[in-house]
Design a binder for this molecule. Structure first.
Ligand code: BGC
Length: 751
């Protein structure tokens, strides 16, 4: 397009946005002129929801708050009937009729549940991830919700941390792409079927020491900006409407009261202009961090740039007095109130407070066949085939198949953590679906085989509200062996319970549970082919399994369409294409384990065969992961040519050399050979998901931009330092699988 045409369009666009901004400013200013201090503080108050539809709503405290203009928003309450009662109180009974916002943890779908976010990241499919959030938004808005506490973009390096399940893994570049795709999908253009996104947990929540939830975080700013901040920044740049503060401290100050974090970095540094909400009760927790009581914490939070208080009641109870005492100014309250009102304006709630309360939509827009079809297809893209010796997979739909394990007839547990609206009881189990799909072709014999673990307390704690009943271990084993003896092939459906990952569910050992391993040992003695389907919300240590079991596929928690998706891949109707977005360790003691590590002064290098004295390594385990970041097999095979480099464009030819049409995820890594600070051994800087028919090949090119070479230096300037950069392209992050070349950047080529 001609340059002047672009300029005119840009001008038109900016003048339109300026007009819209102007209209919003005028509207909000006029409204705020009418508001009392209490009403302004009321807008900063977010409270847990309740159900009015079963009880007598009249004296309900939440309704009273809404009617008195003391409630800005509500969380985790859904349903048109329910929310309409609340919206009526806010808009028809309160003095100024300001609508409330309804927020919810719509994390991986609504009633149609997609795989857990960690699994979805393994698809490396940005369009599909964006579409999944679009569908989630459509379903949630059909049920009265207009704000989601998603995406969670916390980089997580430690698999012990249960919330690794909710994020996109260990890589800042991939994490940033996913963060943006999710914000786009949820928010669209803020239409009737869009949700406002809330980026969480700002910041560094995933860096909790020892992988223990809510634990201390301490890191240098260089590391923050290079490794942990990029996804938050990317989400801010994508226009996310809100951010949530994290529970942890950042530089010894809780994120919620951290002015540097909220004001200097997020607002001034990144130019972001949405509103900030705390995590659940975070203002109250400031006292436990040792920085002062609720009154003081509320003052610090407001002054730091927190606008809305989730469920601690600190703002509503104390800000008015703090204003009289002169500890905060009217401007502090006005600033926060304006930001919250702007969010409501952007959502269109002032034009129509009942915009998301359309009674007809529940029947047509939720858990539709189309959404379910998409979720099933999405799930097939998230499975990571870790081993497939002798091409056991895909299985032929014939003979006798023994389906064994605590996940084999367990629909509720396949959904995964953080799916508050899932109707778990209607999720078909693997046994049911397999029996139905193989009817007339193969015989499926089922046995549970074992409990999840040999420890009933752990099983109950990890089961949370969907605990699996405890059964006699000996009886289970006898049943399993008798079923397996008759089988041609054994499929083991094993792993963690759904709630063994997610918030507050951390593990100090990542191995498969003893009861399951013991059962596999017994099954192996029968000498039959075994396929392990591993259900997990985090990397599992499977060193023993890797050396004993011929086929292993990580299926994570696939969501409401789990059983169909698993059967699709198991029987070859879909070809696995997922690649790991987290390194899977050989031993728990390697954690935190991540591929983009710094070299150290005594580097061990990759793929070492044995221990080396005075090098950075362990006596008992090699440094490498069992399965590296980016790894995942297919039913076909791919070959990569060497790289040809023309200017800044690196090209490889990728060929499908096997027997299946399939998708491949081509990955680009870069290493800055010499710089003013130590730089990671390699960093992902590009990827492409391509489809190749069997026998087909194609060229894949990456143009190396300045941005791919830049980093934050010791002064925290974002710089490109000329010199040599190793360019690596291949199917995963292991050096032995990557093609390499050198790109030299001189001052002249530095654009
Ligand atoms: C979690 C958040 C969540 C919030 C509201 C907190 O416990 O940390 O991720 O959005 O609850 O449910």
């Amino acid at each position: 397009m001609h340059k002047s045409a672009i300029t005119i369009i840009a001008l038109l666009f900016s003048s339109l946005t300026l007009t819209a901004q102007d209209d919003m400013d005028k509207f909000v200013s006029a409204l705020m002129e009418k508001m009392t201090v209490e009403e302004k503080i009321g807008q900063l108050n977010l409270m847990p929801g309740t159900s009015f539809t079963t009880g007598e709503p009249k004296d309900n405290p939440l309704l009273q708050m809404a009617a008195e203009g003391k409630l800005g928003a509500v969380l985790n309450m859904s349903g048109e009937k329910n929310l309409k009662i609340l919206q009526d109180a806010a808009t028809r009974q309160s003095r100024l009729g300001i609508p409330v916002m309804a927020g919810m943890d719509v994390i991986h779908g609504y009633e149609t549940v997609f795989p857990i976010p960690l699994a979805m990241s393994c698809s490396w499919d940005m369009e599909a991830i964006e579409q999944s959030t679009r569908i989630a938004a459509k379903e949630a808005t059909a049920d009265g919700i207009c704000w989601t506490f998603s995406p969670m973009v916390d980089i997580a390096l430690d698999a012990r941390w249960g919330r690794i399940a909710e994020g996109s893994g260990e890589d800042p570049f991939l994490g940033s792409c996913i963060a943006q795709a999710m914000v786009r999908g949820y928010q669209g253009n803020f239409g009737k079927q869009n949700l406002m996104a809330c980026v969480k947990h700002y910041a560094l929540y995933g860096a909790a020491e020892a992988g223990r939830d809510y634990n201390t975080v301490d890191m240098s700013r260089i590391r923050m900006f290079n490794q942990f901040m990029p996804p938050y920044k990317a989400a801010a740049e994508a226009g996310a409407g809100s951010f949530m503060t994290s529970f942890n401290i950042v530089e010894y100050v809780p994120a919620t009261t951290n002015r540097w974090l909220l004001d200097d970095v997020l607002r001034k540094g990144w130019g972001w202009n949405g509103f900030v909400v705390t995590d659940y009760g975070s203002i109250d927790e400031v006292a436990a961090h040792g920085l002062g009581n609720l009154t003081k914490a509320s003052v610090m939070a407001l002054k730091a740039g927190t606008d809305m208080d989730m469920c601690s009641g600190g703002f509503i109870k104390t800000l008015s007095q703090s204003l009289s005492d002169g500890n905060i100014s009217m401007e502090d309250i006005d600033t926060a109130c304006r930001r919250v009102l702007e969010a409501k304006y952007k959502l269109g709630l002032f034009k129509d407070p009942y915009r998301f309360l359309d009674a007809k939509r529940r029947a047509t827009d939720i858990y539709t066949p189309e959404h379910r079809r998409f979720a099933r297809q999405m799930a097939t893209k998230t499975f990571v085939l870790l081993k497939n010796e002798g091409n056991i997979l895909p299985l032929k739909p014939q003979g006798r198949i023994a389906l064994i394990g605590p996940m084999a007839d367990n629909g509720a547990n396949m959904v995964g953590t953080w799916a508050p609206m899932a109707k778990r009881s209607r999720v078909a189990t693997l046994k049911e679906t397999m029996e139905q799909r193989l009817k007339g072709k193969a015989q499926v014999d089922y046995a549970q085989g074992c409990n999840f673990t040999s420890d009933p307390v752990l099983q109950a704690d990890g089961g949370a509200w969907i605990a699996a009943p405890w059964k006699n271990a000996d009886t289970l084993m006898v049943e399993a062996i008798s079923v397996a003896e008759k089988a041609d092939v054994i499929v083991c459906a094993m792993g963690e319970e759904s709630e063994m990952s997610g918030e507050s569910h951390c593990r100090a050992s990542l191995e498969m549970f003893d009861a399951q391993q013991h059962l596999i040992e017994q099954l192996l003695k029968l000498g039959k082919p075994i396929v392990l389907l591993n259900f997990a919300g985090r990397p599992t240590v499977m060193t023993w399994e890797q050396s004993h079991i011929p086929a292993i596929m990580n299926v994570w928690f696939p969501g409401s369409e789990a059983s169909d998706a698993i059967c699709d891949v198991l029987f070859g109707e879909a070809v696995p294409s997922g690649k790991l977005t987290v390194s899977m360790p050989q031993a728990t003691g390697q954690e935190p384990l991540y591929y983009n590590q710094l070299p150290t002064g005594r580097p061990m290098g990759e793929n070492a065969q044995r221990f080396h004295l005075y090098k950075s390594n362990y006596l008992d385990v090699r440094n490498d992961p069992l399965y590296p970041f980016g790894y995942g097999l297919s039913y076909t095979t791919f070959a990569y040519s060497d790289i040809t480099l023309e200017g800044r464009t690196a090209t490889v030819r990728v060929s499908n050399t096997g027997n299946y049409d399939a998708d491949e995820i081509v990955q680009l890594y870069i290493h800055d050979v010499e710089a003013s600070i130590s730089r990671p051994v390699k960093e992902l800087k590009g990827f492409r998901r391509i489809h190749l028919a069997k026998g087909e090949s194609t060229e894949v090119s990456f143009t190396i931009t300045d941005d791919m070479l830049r980093f934050y230096n010791q002064q925290l300037d974002y710089v490109l330092e000329p010199g040599d950069f190793e360019i690596m392209i291949g199917p995963d992050s292991n050096l032995k699988n990557l093609k390499k070349t050198i790109l030299s950047i001189t001052d002249d080529t530095n654009q």
